[in-house]
Design a protein. Structure first.
Length: 580
């Protein structure tokens, strides 16, 4: 008699296939890198102890890992902030009057201002540990990403076409169903493109975020940004080249593992597609869709989501029952909005008074007037640069956005150009300006727009890609061509996306002015006249009264731009330039 172990029947869905075998090593490699990098970010550390840094290229993979993890953590925090802030601002009119001005204020504060205010608090949260300094760096990167993403989601939710909203009402979709079946899918493509440019903005400010100043000393965290700063200080062109290679590698990794799958996945949320149009593809998304175990794991959050959605729908049904009284909807009258603007102006005036009291005795009244003039000089540069960038990139963005195959091929190139740190151009700029005896105030200006012009390009690409095919066909049937086609059809169709991109490009340029108006290459330093160089010099000197004055003046200029230019343009785009 032969004995055998009992056999257990395994469902075919639980048996891994070849696609699982190809994907599992990728997942375990990412988890191992995440665990190793996370452990290195939370090692014991005493403030004041210099961290070891070297220009040896063999250290760059480790530095790239540390910078990429900071970027990923900041992006995750930015996404959570975006979903909460953007949805509440777009869906609760009573809070919209409060949240959007708050966003203007937050965007107006430069990254160095956030660092100088928060670094001591983060270090106090984790005494004797490097994690406090790491959190300060992550928060600095967060401030370069979150505002763009939040405004993008808010703008998209406010510009959903009326005909699609009417269709959802015809199908009797509840508020919950309309949000997840119409409004959020409509906003996802634009949000993904803005996530890409936000990560690029993080790479642009990686040098400033990894150099933490505290107690009159600078902590250089291991990372690509610190490597770039050290290479510039040592005038090492070879190290600069290696840094460019490292940044390119980081962009390719982010593109292949995150953004290309997201772009391919969100393509299904487009309003329509042309016949024969090649959809974007991603090898990682294909692996995940064909891997049996990963499909099974993907069902778990779907099942949980269906349960939550069922509870919410049941709650909505109960809330609309005749027997249950409904709470009145609170709406703000027009005078309430004007009153809130008055409160904001009063708060801004109070903040300026506090700044005046803080800097009193350290800064003379004539210097305050000079700082205001510095702000006007920086404003003139930003206005000219935004106009030039718009003239160049709006036609390019429209052309690329209407050709998805082209957009997929240039996606990683645009990401690399957007992420290219302006600091790597400082050696070239300094050498050319010194060699040809050029005007510093003029020829350092392009460095301000180098990393922020891509907000315009990415948003215009997303806006052009969202134009429905039936509207394109209607424009062709009406014989629109040339300038009339641009004026009557293309420009109104992309206006909401362009306003979002130009708004964020303008805000990013204010931040970029701090690192672009005072450039150096070794011992050679060029200083342009402007508010950015004033803040940069005060930060380098540890002069907190002048830092506060510079930040306050920058906030004043940015809030004025947002209040009297960008907000009216956004309202105009939301009301008149809709894809209806």
């Amino acid at each position: 008699m032969r004995w055998s172990l009992p056999t257990v029947a395994v469902s075919p869905d639980l048996k891994p296939n070849l696609w699982d075998m190809a994907l599992i090593p990728v997942v375990f490699a990412l988890l191992a890198l995440l665990a190793y990098g996370g452990a290195q970010m939370s090692t014991p550390y005493d403030v004041g102890t210099p961290l070891p840094l070297s220009l040896d290229p063999s250290n760059l993979p480790y530095y790239l890992l540390r910078s990429a993890l900071r970027m990923g953590a900041a992006l995750a925090c930015s996404l959570v902030f975006t979903l909460i802030f953007g949805i509440v601002a777009a869906k609760v009119p009573a809070l919209e009057k409060v949240l959007i001005p708050i966003l203007d204020i937050l965007q107006s504060i430069p990254i160095l201002g956030f660092l100088s205010i928060t670094v001591a608090g983060f270090i106090a949260l984790f005494p004797g540990n490097l994690l406090g300094v790491e959190c300060a760096a992550i928060f600095a990167i967060f401030t370069s990403q979150a505002w763009n993403m939040a405004f993008s989601l808010y703008s998209s939710l406010k510009t959903v076409p009326n005909d699609l909203i009417e269709a959802s009402q015809v199908f009797h979709l509840s508020t919950w169903q309309r949000f997840w079946r119409l409004e959020m899918p409509w906003a996802l493509p634009g949000l993904v493109w803005n996530m890409m440019v936000s990560v690029s903005g993080g790479w642009f400010f990686v040098v400033a975020s990894e150099a933490i100043s505290v107690s009159n000393q600078t902590i250089m965290l291991p990372g690509v940004g610190s490597y770039i700063a050290l290479a510039i200080a040592d005038r090492d062109l070879t190290a600069i080249v290696w840094a460019i290679v490292a940044v390119l590698a980081g962009i390719v990794v982010y593109d292949q593992l995150m953004f290309r799958p997201l772009v391919a996945w969100t393509d299904k949320f487009r309003v329509d597609t042309s016949q024969g149009e090649q959809p974007p593809e991603s090898w990682l998304l294909t692996l995940m869709q064909r891997a049996r175990l990963f499909r099974l794991l993907a069902r778990l959050p779907v099942a949980l989501w269906d349960a939550v959605s069922g509870l919410w729908r049941r709650r909505e049904v109960e809330a609309t029952a005749p027997a249950r009284p409904r709470l009145p909807v609170v709406t703000l009258p027009a005078w309430a909005g004007r009153a809130w603007d008055g409160v904001l102006l009063a708060g801004a005036a109070g903040a300026m008074v506090e700044v005046a009291l803080f800097v009193h005795g350290s800064v003379t009244l004539s210097e305050v007037g000079a700082v205001l003039l510095y702000g006007l000089a920086t404003t003139a540069r930003i206005v000219v640069l935004i106009a030039l960038a718009s003239v160049v990139w709006v036609p390019v963005g429209v052309w690329v956005g209407q050709r998805p195959a082209v957009a997929q091929n240039v996606q990683w190139i645009a990401q690399f150009l957007a992420a290219f740190p302006a600091n790597l151009m400082f050696p070239v700029a300094v050498m050319l300006i010194v060699h040809f005896d050029l005007n510093v105030d003029v020829w350092t200006s392009p460095l301000m727009i180098l990393g922020t012009q891509w907000y315009i390009l990415f948003n215009v690409i997303a806006g052009a890609a969202a134009i429905p095919q039936d509207m394109k066909d209607a424009a062709g049937n009406l014989g629109l061509s040339g300038w009339m086609k641009w004026r009557r059809f293309i420009l109104p169709a992309i206006m909401p996306a362009y306003v979002t991109g130009a708004f964020n490009a303008c805000g990013g340029s204010w931040n970029a002015s701090i690192v672009s108006e005072m450039v150096s290459w070794g011992d050679t330093q060029l200083v342009a006249t402007g508010l950015g160089s004033y803040i940069a010099k005060a930060t380098a000197d540890g002069d907190f009264p002048r830092i506060a004055l510079g930040i306050a003046v920058m906030c004043l200029f940015v809030m004025g731009f947002n209040r009297y230019l960008w907000r009216p343009l956004h309202t105009l785009a939301a009301e008149r330039a809709r894809l209806d």
